[in-house]
Design a protein around this ligand. Structure first.
Ligand code: A3P
Length: 327
């Protein structure tokens, strides 16, 4: 065994063990040897206790906003590039390392109470490597996911990328995107996949469940979040075992102008999410809805089976409707 300057040593090492060139960050507090050599001002309190994993366009921003109203729950500091989302576990940010991630969760030395940190990154849900990476760093984390009709989710996502100026979404109708064949131009196929893949809920949940037990995953019905957020937040607080209990009845109110529940501020006023959440767009064409209900049939059937397997007895209405005989 010989040694060498750090860079050369690393090169030699990864030549010997190429499989290890992809880092997997473990939890320093799970190994006392790691904890011992850790800087004194680092603490595992600056790691989130739960994650809102998405998928995109299911109401994740509303949930994030409602959670942030709770006095003992705190979200990460904002990212200069991706705003409230850190997007650590799914993309190139993972390579920036643990310190980079933990800097988003500062330890508050002025207070004796530990904050219940969480982060929300909606793209975690369908990221191939994400469950493995999350489990390595946060093996005891709780996970929160929101599900809505995958057909409606796909439509909302299309409207979102179109509004943000995506060229392909602006050149092709929603129907053209979701029915694009495998011989279509690559850019169109890529957009179709990004639009449709997150909606294969059972497949993604199964992947999460190879790393996390079902009891650590809380599934929210996105329609309930829209129509009855107080009840959803009550259930979520119970799942997270968070104290003190926060009474959302006083803090959320339906705003007829927005058409959604919003935060109550200064007695009579409400503060709603921005215009990009709860967008106005024409209803989905019937032919696209039918196409997508057929497309997601096997995935939705698998989801019902999965729900039964993990003991979820109440099947969301949207799932029943998507699976109804009419389709
Ligand atoms: P639309 O804009 O298509 O209606 P996300 O935050 O994950 O991107 O999800 C956005 C979706 O959240 C919106 O999609 C909207 O339907 C839904 N939503 C749920 N509750 C909401 C609320 N209180 N305010 C605004 N949008 C809400």
């Amino acid at each position: 065994l010989s040694t060498a300057p750090p860079l050369q040593l690393a090169e030699n090492y990864f030549k010997l063990y190429p499989g290890e060139s992809d880092p997997v960050w473990g939890n320093p507090c799970d190994d006392h040897r790691h904890q011992k050599i850790w800087s004194r001002n680092k603490s595992c309190d600056s790691l989130p206790k739960f994650l809102v994993i998405g998928p995109q366009k299911t109401g994740t921003t509303a949930l994030y906003t409602f959670l942030s109203l709770h006095q003992t729950i705190a979200s990460n500091l904002p990212s200069p590039t991706t705003f409230e989302e850190i997007q650590f576990f799914n993309a190139h940010n993972y390579l920036r390392g643990l310190d980079w991630y933990m800097d988003f969760f500062p330890v508050d030395s002025n207070t004796s109470t530990t904050r219940y940190y969480f982060e929300k990154s909606a793209t975690y849900f369908d990221g191939e490597l994400v469950p493995k990476r999350v489990h390595a760093l946060l093996p005891r984390a709780r996970l929160v996911t929101i599900l809505v009709s995958p057909a409606k989710r796909a439509y909302s996502w299309y409207q979102h990328v179109k509004a943000r100026g995506d060229v392909i979404a602006n050149n092709y109708s929603f129907h053209q995107v979701v029915t694009a064949s495998d011989t279509a131009p690559k850019a169109l196929r890529d957009l179709r996949n990004r639009c449709l893949n997150p909606g294969k809920y059972a497949q993604h949940l199964e992947r999460w469940m190879t790393y996390f037990p079902p009891q650590s995953i809380h599934i929210i019905d996105g329609e309930e979040l829209k129509n009855n957020p107080v009840e959803v937040m009550n259930e979520l607080q119970k799942f997270l075992k968070i104290t003190p209990f926060f009474n959302y009845t006083e803090h959320l109110r339906f705003d007829p102008k927005k058409g959604f529940y919003c935060q109550v501020i200064k007695g009579d006023h409400t503060k709603c999410l921005g215009r990009s959440k709860g967008r106005h767009y024409p209803p989905m064409e019937e032919k696209s809805l039918k196409h997508l209900q057929r497309y997601y049939l096997s995935h939705n059937t698998a989801l019902v089976k999965l729900f039964k397997k993990i003991g979820i007895r109440i099947i969301p209405n949207w799932l029943k409707e998507d699976l109804s005989d009419k389709n």
